[in-house]
Design a protein around this ligand. Structure first.
Ligand SMILES: NC(=O)c1ccc[n+]([C@@H]2O[C@H](COP(=O)([O-])OP(=O)(O)OC[C@H]3O[C@@H](n4cnc5c(N)ncnc54)[C@H](O)[C@@H]3O)[C@@H](O)[C@H]2O)c1
Length: 510
């Protein structure tokens, strides 16, 4: 197929907007049924993917036509990562207020950057309708919805042969991650996950230091986060009125339809400490197994990223768990996990994960024995999320989630390592990102120029699996042993029911 690069995006206005779906900004939101009716003859064998890009060709100055599904929330900054260099031809959000806001904020970003306001994208509430209507006009799709919709949205894009950049975690079920990975690979698409740490310098430095002996022999890894910073633990649903701007049915996407709900805060949770409200939309879906993946799923793809890379992308043999009470519906207030890692680049070792807080006290690991100075203790105390790679001679410490600027303790050793780097005794061995700190920009860069983004699905699918394996243990409340080949827990049957989503609503699976 011929690549269809366009310097000017089209403005997509439908001549016959449907009365109930007219968008407040005057743009059309056509009903899906109406659209399907009009295009029934086109629907057969729908996924033809006519503008699959020929990668690496015709490089200079190419602007891609991109769509963003889940345009507000994280989708806003994801859009900002590409909008100055590419054409945003469609924004999709199930909340009409948030959709308008996302479109306005994008314009503001252009103006703040000293550029003209860009041509208006077409606005949609239903991504399926967008694909039905304008798939041929799109080169790539960014998915930044709540976790439960990543799979269905990205699979629609993949089936239409669109390059995809999907927020972390790729999906909230292991079987979906694998399915999405193999579908994107079979279609030869450029993929990336939104774990920005993977584009950063710090993660690479940490790996190079450890591999080149800066901390002696790596013995243990300790990871932690203060998340959840949203209501989690056994939450009870209560009936509530759906805000008029939210299309709840579309928000649920492939999940079974149920009336809109809010929830009671868990007993013991101080309502004043809950800054996130008590409805699942926006943001607070994270603690619900149906929609999110708990604190581990939310932060694991960041905090476990450097670990996964440093250990050579290995999958654990066993994971042990203790946690606060869970329910069938919601993730716990805190959890402690031990990932037992097999030998690979390093000897077999344990990776511990701690999240949340216990009786109001942050659930953090013990500080490394190499962090004895006042400076080190303060850095550890301050770190609401972080990681410690503990070796026989020193510790690589990072006091945030992305491993953007790791340091080594004790301080003398760090000084020596920096001298060794200057003297060329410790060298850079890892490939650097073409667009640091911007996974969406990095993804677009590689669509145009060829090559692979650092968190392409060959990397990020097993990383997401690594993270989500912990949730099998949390949900089943027992240790799990994993047979990677057969995608199966081998030491018990109960955890296996959490590998896949139980059901998809009709009309949502691509
Ligand atoms: N990489 C990072 O640092 C980072 C940070 C925050 C969030 N995230 C990820 O980004 C994703 C979104 O998180 P968030 O905090 O922005 O959530 P959010 O709920 O605040 O925002 C999601 C947006 O998607 C919209 N939406 C929901 N369902 C949709 C659907 N079916 N179709 C189209 N739009 C839909 C919502 O209306 C909302 O505007 C999650 O996967 C999250 O893990 C990543």
């Amino acid at each position: 197929m011929t690549p269809q690069f366009r310097e000017k995006p089209r403005v997509y206005l439908d001549p016959k907007p449907q009365p109930n779906n007219t968008h407040p900004m005057g743009l059309n939101i056509i009903s899906r049924r109406h659209f399907l009716g009009r295009t029934a003859s086109l629907a057969a064998g729908a996924f033809t993917g006519p503008n699959l890009l020929l990668r690496g060709q015709d490089k200079a100055g190419k602007r891609l036509n991109l769509a963003v599904i889940g345009a507000n929330g994280k989708g806003q900054s994801d859009t900002q990562g590409v909008t100055l260099d590419h054409n945003i031809v469609a924004l999709v959000d199930v909340d009409s207020k948030r959709l308008d806001e996302a479109a306005k904020k994008r314009n503001k970003h252009h103006l703040d950057s000293g550029k003209e306001a860009p041509p208006a994208p077409k606005l949609y509430q239903d991504f399926r309708k967008m694909f039905d209507e304008m798939a041929n006009e799109i080169d790539g799709v960014i998915v930044s919805t709540p976790d439960h919709t990543h799979y269905v949205a990205a699979m629609h894009a993949i089936k239409h042969k669109k390059h995809v950049c999907v927020q972390k975690p790729l999906c909230n079920r292991i079987s979906e991650v694998r399915d999405m990975h193999s579908a994107a690979k079979a279609a030869n698409l450029v993929t990336n996950m939104g774990n920005q740490g993977r584009t950063m310098e710090g993660q690479r430095l940490a790996k190079e230091w450890i591999e080149q002996g800066a901390i002696g022999t790596l013995k243990e890894i300790r990871l932690w986060t203060n998340r959840p910073i949203w209501p989690q633990g056994p939450l009870v649903k209560k009936a509530a009125e759906c805000p008029p701007e939210l299309n709840w049915d579309l928000w649920l996407s492939s999940e079974a339809n149920e009336p809109y709900f809010e929830f009671e805060l868990p007993s013991g949770m101080d309502p004043k400490k809950n800054k996130r409200g008590n409805s699942v939309h926006p943001f607070t879906w994270r603690g619900w197994w149906q929609f999110g993946s708990g604190a581990l799923g939310d932060m694991g793809c960041h905090i476990m990223d450097a670990t996964f890379s440093i250990l050579g992308q290995l999958i654990p043999e066993q994971i042990d768990v203790t946690s606060s009470p869970i329910s069938d519906t919601c993730a716990p207030v805190w959890s402690d996990l031990i990932y037992h890692m097999p030998a690979g680049k390093h000897a077999a070792l344990k990776v511990s994960w701690k999240d949340g807080s216990k009786n109001g006290v942050a659930n953090k690991p013990e500080i490394s024995p190499h962090m004895t100075s006042e400076l080190a203790k303060k850095a550890f105390e301050k770190a609401s999320s972080g990681m410690m790679f503990i070796g026989t001679e020193g510790t690589v410490f990072e006091g945030e989630a992305y491993c953007s600027s790791p340091v080594i303790y004790n301080e003398e050793r760090y000084t020596q390592v920096r001298l060794d780097m200057k003297a060329g005794k410790i060298v850079k061995t890892e490939a650097r990102s073409a667009v640091p700190n911007n996974p969406q920009g990095e993804w677009a860069h590689h669509i145009v120029n060829g090559g692979l983004p650092a968190s392409n699905f060959d990397y990020s699918a097993p990383l997401t699996e690594f993270v989500l394996l912990g949730n099998l243990a949390v949900r089943a409340q027992q240790s799990v042993q994993w047979d990677k080949q057969n995608m199966k827990v081998t030491n018990a049957e109960a955890p296996n029911k959490f590998i896949s989503r139980p059901a998809y609503r009709d009309g949502w699976k691509a």
